[in-house]
Design a protein around this ligand. Sequence first.
Ligand code: SF4
Length: 57
Amino acid sequence: MGTEFANKHIGCTVHNCEHHCCGEEYCSLDKIEVGTHEADPTKCQCTDCLSFKLKKG
Ligand code: SF4
């Protein structure tokens, strides 16, 4: 179940995330953490939203 709150400063299209605003393409958190799984990141695909949490159900 997502949330109705949309943080207009954080656009997001990851609908599988529990923090996604189910009504619009935004995150519902006040702040997110972005990181990387690469030793030497060179493109956006190297970065990850570390605040991602799999939506239940
Ligand atoms: S926590 Fe990250 S992946 Fe989840 S809705 Fe927010 S920005 Fe998107």
